[in-house]
Ligand binder design. Structure first.
Ligand code: AMP
Ligand code: ZN
Length: 137
């Protein structure tokens, strides 16, 4: 897609530190890492975000994510790893080409990926909402 920075990275017209690639995905280091080893899994095809990705690509993506996570853990000796994937501006997405953040975590680090639980939900409301969403799956 014209003007998309991650499409340019996939094509190689913008350089990136590439960890791995196959026919459908490219795994690169984030240019502004929040922790040592912060990587991004990019789809080679341009999808804006999760809302327009097909199930087959999504399943291959997560399968690759498990491999990348284990490789990162073994090499970086991180203590944990966050998989973060932002969809839409309201959710913090700044680059509109699908990417999954792989963020290694180290005990005691101050990476801020914390959201606090809200008040306890009303169980009847949850059941109603579940029914409505289920109908759309
Ligand atoms: P998000 O906010 O989820 O859309 O994340 C976009 C991420 O892309 C940020 O963490 C940026 O640091 C990263 N980023 C932006 N431009 C580049 C680039 N040229 N190479 C690698 N990472 C990039
Ligand atoms: Zn793109």
């Amino acid at each position: 897609m014209d003007g998309c920075i991650f499409c340019s990275i996939v094509k190689g017209t913008i350089p990136s530190a590439t960890i791995y690639e196959n026919s459908e995905f490219k795994v690169i280091f984030d240019i502004a890492p929040v922790s040592k080893g912060h990587a991004l899994i990019l789809t080679k095809e341009h999808y804006d975000n999760i809302f327009d990705m097909d199930a087959d690509t999504a399943s291959k993506l997560f399968s690759l994510a498990t491999e990348v996570a284990r490789a990162m853990k073994n090499e970086l000796k991180c203590d944990g790893l966050n998989v973060v994937q932002n969809n839409g501006e309201a959710a913090g997405q700044t680059v509109n080409h699908f990417h999954m953040h792989m963020i290694p975590r180290y005990a005691g680090d101050d990476v801020g990926i914390n959201f606090k639980s809200g008040a306890e939900a009303d169980s009847e409301e949850l059941q109603e909402l579940a029914k409505k969403i289920r109908k759309r799956i």
